[in-house]
Design a protein around this ligand. Structure first.
Ligand code: IPE
Ligand code: MG
Length: 218
């Protein structure tokens, strides 16, 4: 969900207003995901690198997560969405951690749409965390294969990523789901996240559906 800051700057607004505008588009987009038959979707909300932002911005983002959890979780729950969070929870403020745990508990039995929120998430960190757990479990190195490794990722049940949508025109991966995107297709748009509409979401899915995926074959 990139481009909130630029969206705000273009309107002479503080960056926090851009993040707030970015939250506003979530409900219509998740509704569209349901209509399109999307089974699972991950929102990259806060990376392990985002702590490097000014403290005021980090604080306003954490406050916004809390507010968004209060506002949107009951609504998502009613729509049958199952919420899961991926990332390192330890460093998140206690209030955010509580909200994350509550949201997972509340929505755990829903089955219409799986919504993953990447919060204090880093792809390399996820791989390191998996390796740590594998070592702690004392796995035999010769028995380790890709399927076994994948079971140690934050959300082992998540299907392989089909499509990555990157807003605001950046042509990079930014430490997002490194393991899971091995064969993902990309849709990059200049549109800033707060302007990303259900119509464009549909166009992204259409463009994905028209592609031929060969996965290294012919
Ligand atoms: C993405 O928007 C939101 C978060 C990382 C939380 P940015 O804040 O990165 O927006 P730009 O890149 O400055 O426009
Ligand atoms: Mg950015």
């Amino acid at each position: 969900m990139d481009g909130n800051g630029r969206w705000a700057k273009a309107r002479w607004l503080p960056r926090a207003a851009g993040h707030r505008a970015g939250v506003e588009v979530l409900t219509p987009l998740l509704e569209t995901a349901g209509e399109l038959g999307v089974e699972a979707l991950t929102l990259y909300a806060f990376s392990t690198e985002n702590w490097a932002r000014p403290e005021t911005e980090v604080d306003s983002l954490m406050a916004l997560f809390l507010e968004t959890a209060k506002d949107k979780v009951p609504e998502l729950n009613e729509r049958g969405a199952r919420l899961r969070f991926v990332g390192r929870r330890e460093r998140l403020p206690q209030g955010v951690r509580d909200a994350v745990n509550e949201a997972e508990k509340l929505t755990g039995d829903n089955d219409k749409l799986d919504v993953y929120v990447a919060l204090n998430y880093g792809g390399r960190g996820e791989i390191v965390d998996a390796a740590r757990r594998i070592m702690r479990d004392g796995l035999d190195p010769d028995s380790l294969d890709e399927a076994t490794f994948a079971r140690y990722l934050y959300a082992p049940e998540v299907p392989e990523v089909d499509l990555v949508i990157r807003t605001s025109g950046e042509l990079r991966v930014s430490n997002f789901l490194l393991w899971q995107i091995a064969y993902a297709e990309f849709y990059v748009t200049e549109t800033l996240w707060p302007d990303f509409s259900p119509e464009e979401f549909r166009r992204a899915i259409d463009s994905f559906a028209a592609r031929q995926r060969r996965r290294g074959g012919v």
